[in-house]
Ligand binder design. Structure first.
Ligand SMILES: [Zn+2]
Ligand SMILES: [Zn+2]
Length: 344
């Protein structure tokens, strides 16, 4: 692309508001491809970066990490892709050399980098990423659907760490996009699903209800009573926290003995827990971070079979020029996910 410039949505520092700037189109290294972005989604993580709440973010930074597009240039070592290929990019790049990469746990790579947090992301007309982080989009799959592979892969990876069985009572905290994917994958597994939120989430809780979840506004209803009612007094089998609220202990309180708590949401502050309860009631507490490369591929298979799952989390579409409006509607909790369409 020579020395040309491109429009990008850049945040200069933790306290600065992001805005559009002209910056150089990234130079492609030997093992990288340059992708012209066609579609991107705004994620809850982008909102944390937008608000300067993610300490690990490295500025100045182009925001965004869920995207698909077309390869327009490739480095000299790239042999698996051609210019013109329709692809989706895995935002979590990894080293392929450390213990975790060699044992398949690429999401735990000791030197992983996340687009839109540690290096420039996709809210720009072009992004350069290593070829091993790129996957061809199946024939006929829309760009917006392909862009949703990240959240689907993340939830697939997370819920594979607990045992959801037909009839399990699963309580999912948070009616955001991760919560909504979790609702649908748990329902596919045959679980009874409760989704919780606060009064400010009423618009999103309505969407969860339409998907088949029993919804509880925890500011209006007693969650424990509701869970006991639908579980014949036993409590929930599984508690999944997706919102980032510091509520592990409340999760323990609604679990039956032997139950499992799974943390996906980012709650930056330490949280007190009653460890004795974990012992006496044989509770299990697990965390899940992102997705490894296998889960990423599985995520793409899931949305190829269930494009409605990807579409169910896209509630709004904005043009790239109106990205700021897209962030506002997400920050106001009036959207599940915003898809961003780029000029062609
Ligand atoms: Zn994301
Ligand atoms: Zn590694």
């Amino acid at each position: 692309m020579g020395n040309s410039n491109m429009l990008a949505y850049v945040k200069r520092g933790a306290k600065d508001k992001p805005g559009f700037e002209k910056i150089p189109v990234p130079e492609v290294k030997e093992d990288e491809v340059l992708i012209e972005i066609k579609s991107a989604l705004i994620c809850g993580t982008d909102l944390l970066v937008y608000n300067g709440l993610l300490d690990e973010a490295i500025y100045p930074l182009v925001l965004g990490h869920e995207f698909s597009g077309e390869i327009v240039e490739k480095g000299s070592d790239v042999s698996d892709f051609e210019v013109g290929d329709r692809v989706v990019g895995n935002a979590i790049t990894h080293c392929r050399k450390c213990f975790f990469c060699k044992t398949g746990r690429t999401n735990l790579c000791t030197s992983f980098r996340h687009l839109g947090i540690h290096c420039d992301g996709c809210f720009a007309l072009y992004v350069a990423i290593p070829d091993f982080c790129v996957t061809r989009i199946p024939e006929g799959m829309e760009y917006d659907v392909a862009s949703a592979v990240g959240p689907v892969a993340l939830v697939y990876h997370a819920i594979a760490r607990v045992s959801i069985r037909p009839g399990s009572v699963v309580v999912i905290s948070g009616p955001g996009p991760i919560g909504m994917v979790a609702i649908q994958l748990a329902l596919i597994s045959g679980a009874k699903v409760v989704n919780t939120g606060m009064s400010v989430d009423s618009w999103r809780l309505e969407k969860s209800e339409q998907l088949g979840a029993i919804v509880v506004d925890v500011q209006k209803e007693n969650l424990k009573d509701k869970v006991l009612e639908i579980s014949d007094g036993a409590g929930a089998d599984i508690f999944i926290e997706t919102s980032g609220a510091p509520i592990i202990q409340q999760g323990f309180d609604i679990l039956k003995s032997g139950g499992e708590a799974l943390l996906i949401g980012y709650s930056p502050k330490p949280q007190p827990i009653n460890a004795l309860e974990v012992v006496f009631r044989e509770l299990t507490l697990k965390g899940s971070s992102g997705y490894n490369h296998e889960s990423w591929k599985k995520g793409l298979e899931i949305i190829a079979d269930h494009s409605s799952l990807a579409k169910s989390i896209i509630s709004h579409v904005f043009n790239f020029d109106d990205l700021e409006k897209g962030f506002q509607v997400m920050l106001d909790r009036k959207a599940i996910k915003v898809a961003v369409h780029y000029p062609s």
